[in-house]
Write a protein of this length. Structure first.
Length: 95
């Protein structure tokens, strides 16, 4: 998730170079066109909301950034999405 937040901070400024639309339109398109639903969310720099959408059936996924003004931009898309719940490694105790 930290990677996504860092990515959002560097790519949000390039909105004019990406596919952007009102959030409702983007979410509707991801649901109807690709069967993707929101799987995770986080807050990036400048109050940008980072979301990961994915389809359990097809494995497609999309990362979006939504700015406070409601404009959502596609950051990345791909295939073979897998949900994971990894635990942190145990911390070693000093002797």
């Amino acid at each position: 998730m930290l990677f996504l937040l860092a990515l959002a901070g560097t790519q949000v400024n390039a909105q004019s170079q990406r596919a952007c639309a009102p959030r409702d339109s983007v979410v509707q398109r991801l649901a109807t066109g690709y069967g993707e639903t929101r799987r995770s969310v986080g807050l990036g720099s400048n109050n940008a909301m980072i979301e990961v959408f994915a389809s359990a059936e097809s494995g497609s996924w999309t990362i979006t950034v939504t700015m406070p003004n409601g404009v959502t931009c596609l950051v990345a898309t791909g295939q073979s999405y897998e949900a994971m719940a990894e635990t942190l490694p145990l911390q070693e105790k000093d002797a």
